[in-house]
Design a protein around this ligand. Sequence first.
Ligand code: SF4
Length: 207
Amino acid sequence: MFTEDDFIMISALQHYVYCPRQCGLIHVDDVWQENLFTTRGNILHEKVDTDTYETRGAVKTVRGLRIHSFYYGIVGRCDVVEFRENQNGKIVLPVEYKSGEPKEDISDKVQLCAQVLCMEEMLNTKITQGAFFYGKIRRRNIVEIDISLRSKTENIINSVREIVSSQKIPSAEYKAKCRNCSLYSVCQPKAMNKRKIKNYIEELYLP
Ligand code: SF4
């Protein structure tokens, strides 16, 4: 069990999947810079994060629900959570709003799974599905919160905790996704690669 002082943000898990160095820069060094992609996401979340709820028929919808897990030591917030009851009991469905379209990596799914882990602990219930609403394709996609996703999410939580508790920021490796990274100018991955090569050559040839 963790205490509130040990909590890591669920957003750190997404940053880690995108790039462990990005996670370190944001969650160890407190570096943050906006770019087109982060601004689009912010605009969408401003519309959704409203701390309100409404009931329509059998479905109660809560927006901006704050969540945490003492077992996993994580904290965050859900865009939308839908609660409904049927003959099988209470059904809880977190729904995340994304400005783009489904990603190739698992960062969004890990975020959703971490939300589920929090709500299962807080509500003492089992949640089997979550959903995304993607602004670009205007469609809701259901995601199964299965054992494999739970295990990957737990591993990523452990990796992020290692970075945050050691305060060691992983080194940069230039890759295609660096071009879309909001921290490119701070990180300077190409310059760091050159420095690494230079150091390597010096270690090889200098006495
Ligand atoms: S620029 Fe590249 S290496 Fe640096 S934080 Fe961003 S994705 Fe990671």
